[in-house]
Design a binder for this molecule. Structure first.
Ligand code: VG1
Ligand code: CO
Length: 542
């Protein structure tokens, strides 16, 4: 074992979901090692413990996993479970941590961010509950990274990861496992696979899944093809590639072209799913119509009672604050609590651990349940397939039946990417200053009824997270949320979220952009992005 001298790098502060930087930043001498050592320094309980390690197969995964294994051994970790090829999806890591009572795990991924030598890399630490480390742990890791002087590493040969089996790295046990089996077993315990298999065998029903050359490829092959009998021609881009085939593993209408095209040619009784780089997000297409994730979580909650894994088990639900309030309506109907948390899955963890919620979701294509402590892309696809199998009707019809009962919550998100960070922060600070004076004021013809900065108190541990986004409410019942992304790696990304509830069925078929036109105009008038950041249009609209 060697002790290597090092010096702190500024800015090793994990964001919404781990430390995410350009690959070239991670390639700087000792950059990765510093962060890993900071985790071990701030969590002494990892000595003698078991860890789970895996990644989404992106560029730099191979190098980083070997470094991580050698440092884990040097820091006294007793045992590591690692996926074959270093592959594990984020939900699979979460499931394995829980199943094997590990003290935590490392996920090597920058999720939906592009990969390859010019792309992004990331590393995330999850705790013993299987979920992302809390704010308190994250702060400790960051503090440790700022005072680091040396790190420990075993200078030994790389561990072979190409086949399942047992190995030793110094005193540490390394168990190389098939990345898919245990996760697929878990899915099979939650859903009715025989019903889904029968649906997939029906000639008039078409289902496509797009893994976007990221981690869910091997999972989709095992689950949809081997266990559910789907012919492989319906599985798109299922070979994990280090650069995701040059694509952007962000499942939304702007990036999942192959899936969209395949579904455009399929009939009305067709359904599509896609997942992101690390397998925790989902995009669902009812033929070629995207099912908004805010509607999806609401609809799953409304129908959970029908599924074997959830019957009689819905204690409560939660959504991130910017997610539309469609879920709240279902919770009210079911007479269960609905919690509103800051953006990022870590805030759901304590509610799930305490048994206060069963299902939760975010507008950013993340949906999940108490089966693990991460959002779970394939789980959401299977949930929908199981519902379609039960209802025997197109997903569009299921969605419209839901709107008929609860009304439609129009939702859209506008992202402005790569803004100058200082300018963006100044713009938000200026809006923040105006908040007390905003209620009663009119913008673009809409009256503001409320303007506040979102502050969250965890109802389990009492921890407080302040300034988690600015909420503006208008007299037509609509809402806008303004916040800066915590996952970008270049400049600042401004996210604007808009939602409005509509009960007039004649209005249901308009586009969200049209339905939210006034709220969007009013928010843009208040923010004045052009003046502050020189931008007149959003880069990505979902
Ligand atoms: C984004 C999403 C957030 C999600 C996070 C991590 O964060 O908005 O809802 O939890 O990504 O998802 P931000 O701070 O950029 O808005 V993933 O799939 O990147 O692990
Ligand atoms: Co992800």
């Amino acid at each position: 074992m060697a002790q290597i001298s090092t010096q702190p790098y500024p800015g090793q502060k994990p964001g919404t979901s781990g430390l995410r930087k350009r690959v070239i930043e991670f390639q700087q001498p000792h950059y990765l090692e510093n962060f890993i050592q900071a985790v071990f320094n701030s969590l002494p309980e990892l000595r003698g413990a078991t860890l789970v390690i895996g990644g989404d197969g992106r560029f730099y995964n191979q190098v980083a996993i070997q470094t991580l294994l050698k440092m884990a051994a040097a820091n006294g970790v007793a045992k590591v479970w690692v996926g074959r090829q270093g592959w594990l999806s984020t939900p699979a890591v979460s499931a394995l941590i829980r199943r094997h009572s590990a003290a935590g795990g490392f996920i090597l991924s920058a999720s939906h961010n592009p990969g390859g030598p010019q792309g992004d890399f990331g590393i995330k630490f999850n705790s013993a509950n299987g979920g992302p480390a809390s704010d308190a742990i994250t702060e400790r890791i960051y503090a440790a990274s700022q005072t680091i002087e040396h790190y420990s590493i075993c200078q030994v040969a790389d561990v072979a990861l190409d086949q399942p089996g047992h190995a030793k790295l110094a005193d540490m046990d390394v168990e190389v496992i098939d990345p898919v089996t245990e996760y697929a077993d878990l899915m099979e315990s939650l859903f009715d696979f025989s019903q889904i298999r029968a649906l997939l065998a029906e000639p008039e029903f078409t289902f496509y899944f797009d893994a976007m050359h990221a981690i869910t490829g091997p999972y989709a092959q095992e689950i949809f093809s081997r266990r559910l009998g789907l012919p492989t021609k319906f599985l798109l881009n299922c070979e994990p590639l280090e650069d995701f085939g040059g694509g952007h593993p962000d499942p939304n209408l702007a990036h999942a072209d192959d899936l969209l095209q395949a579904l455009q040619d399929a009939g009305v009784f067709s359904f599509g799913g896609a997942s992101d780089g690390d397998g925790d997000r989902n995009m669902l297409l009812a033929q070629s119509e995207m099912i908004n994730p805010c509607d999806s979580i609401a609809l799953l909650a409304a129908n959970a009672e029908q599924l074997p894994g959830y019957r009689g088990k819905l204690n409560g639900v939660a959504r991130s604050m910017p997610t539309s309030r469609a879920l709240d309506r279902v919770a009210a109907e079911l007479n269960i609590p609905c919690y509103q948390t800051p953006t990022g899955w870590k805030y759901f963890g304590s509610l799930l651990d305490a048994g206060k919620i069963t299902l939760c979701g975010e507008e950013s294509f993340g949906t999940g349940s108490n089966h693990l402590r991460e959002k779970d892309g394939l789980w959401a696809v299977l949930f929908w397939l199981n519902l379609i199998a039960l209802e025997r009707c197109p997903a569009q019809t299921i969605l419209r039946n839901h709107w008929m009962k609860y009304g439609r919550d129009f939702f859209t998100r506008h992202d402005y990417e790569q803004l100058d960070s200082q300018a963006a922060e100044k713009m938000l600070a200026s809006l923040q200053e105006q908040l007390p004076a905003l209620p009663g004021r009119t913008a673009a013809g809409l009256n503001l009824t409320k303007a506040e900065s979102f502050s969250y108190t965890d109802s389990v541990d009492g921890s407080v997270s302040r300034d988690q986004g600015i909420i503006l409410e208008f007299s037509d019942g609509s809402r806008a949320v303004v916040r800066l992304s915590g996952t970008g790696t270049a400049g600042a990304t401004l996210r604007l979220y808009f939602d409005r509830h509509e009960m007039d069925t004649k209005q249901y078929e308009q586009s969200p952009q049209q339905a939210l036109m006034h709220t969007i105009s009013a928010t843009l008038e208040l923010l004045d992005i052009r003046q502050h950041c020189g931008r007149s249009a959003a880069d990505v609209i979902t």
